[in-house]
Write a protein that binds this ligand. Structure first.
Ligand code: SF4
Ligand code: SF4
Length: 355
């Protein structure tokens, strides 16, 4: 790497640290703005992982003007981080414009992708657009019937990222229910570290959606990877929820979905999260400060066994604040049935952390 490139990367890393600290301080000072929103620009995916309910094979990209107006609305609320997710967001032909628009609002921008469509040109385009964080989840070393998000397939993409990306890259591996070879997670994490990329590990439910304690071997791997990831300042350091999940325990916390965290689907509706789509399912343009306040204080019954790590991480900022109370839910839109989906374990820890 040439010297100028190294200096530029170091400067950007310091800037991300500054933004991360400001994110925490502002979150502690006020509970009135959303900390993190997930925005879906396209539901379509080029893969079809067996465990995933968050994609289809036919949806069209959301038009740019609609995405711009959603971003403007999130900016009006004072949202600090927007993470673009899918489906596979790189299938959106105007993704760089979307990132640039978020960047124009001085909102931190993250991207969750399966990585298949990354090229050197595409990565440099993301640099120019102002992307700050990118995460790829890798499920196994060799592709199998469940998932093609494999180190064997994606290793070249990781090398491209290590060479060209000015943004922070995090590689997430998984342990727990349905993962055939737990040793794979360690191989993936070591490869990420060797390339100078960040690494996290997620613990997933078993096939019936239940918490299952990790085996002694899985727990040992979990701790090793957790230790590798601790070189960076990350909310995961202060959040023991995955430790509880690893031991099969329920976790006590206050879910602030619908308030501090917003999930904006391709139709522009606000949902609690990827696992609770269909509720409250109110159009973002009709979502108000009153909705934010109400959901802030609404207890979520699904919280003790929740595995949605990004929502748990932003909740740390408010866990010391007043307890939630159970409230009558907001009227649900009749056309929006409650959908329980088993999501890809996505851990955008790095989106709210600092180098
Ligand atoms: S887990 Fe990710 S890559 Fe796999 S089908 Fe779902 S959205 Fe696509
Ligand atoms: S599944 Fe988790 S993040 Fe989603 S609403 Fe329930 S507790 Fe909150």
């Amino acid at each position: 790497m040439n010297v100028l490139k190294a200096i530029r990367r170091r400067a950007l890393a310091h800037y991300r640290t500054y933004r991360g600290v400001r994110f925490i301080v502002e979150g502690l000072l006020s509970s009135r703005h959303p900390l993190l929103a997930h925005l879906i620009p396209i539901r379509r995916c080029n893969l079809s992982c067996a465990y995933c309910n968050e994609y289809d094979d036919h949806s069209q990209p959301v038009p740019l003007d609609l995405l711009f107006s959603r971003i403007d609305r999130l900016a009006w609320f004072g949202t600090r981080v927007i993470t673009i997710s899918g489906g596979e967001p790189l299938l959106h032909p105007e993704l760089d414009h979307v990132i640039r628009h978020i960047h124009r609002h001085r909102i931190t921008t993250g991207l969750i992708t399966n990585g298949y469509l990354l090229t050197a040109d595409r990565i440099q385009g993301l640099n120019r657009a102002g992307l700050e964080y990118l995460q790829i989840s890798i499920d196994n070393v060799m592709p199998d019937q469940v998932s093609k998000k494999s180190l064997k397939v994606l290793d070249k993409k990781l090398e491209l990222l290590a060479e060209h990306a000015d943004f922070h890259v995090n590689i997430n591996s998984v342990l727990g229910g349905g993962v055939n070879n737990p040793q794979d997670a360690l191989v993936i994490a070591r490869r990420a570290v060797a390339l100078g990329l960040g690494t996290t590990v997620g613990v997933i439910h078993d096939g019936s959606g239940q918490l299952r304690p990790l085996s002694p071997q899985e727990q040992s791997i979990y701790l090793q990877i957790h230790h590798m990831g601790k070189r960076r300042l990350s909310f995961a350091r202060f959040n023991n929820f995955q430790g509880d999940i690893a031991h099969g325990r329920s976790h006590q916390w206050r879910c602030r979905a619908g308030s501090r965290y917003l999930y904006i689907c391709e139709d522009g509706l606000v949902h609690y999260c990827s696992q609770q789509r269909g509720y409250p399912a109110i159009p973002l343009q009709e979502y108000t400060l009153e909705h934010l306040r109400r959901e802030y204080t609404t207890e979520k019954s699904c919280a003790p066994h929740c595995t949605v790590s990004c929502v748990q991480q932003v909740a740390i900022i408010d866990n010391w604040r007043a307890p939630q109370r159970v409230m009558a839910p907001l009227p649900r839109r009749p056309s929006a049935p409650l959908v329980q989906v088993k999501s890809e374990l996505r851990d955008p820890t790095e989106v709210v952390s600092a180098d």
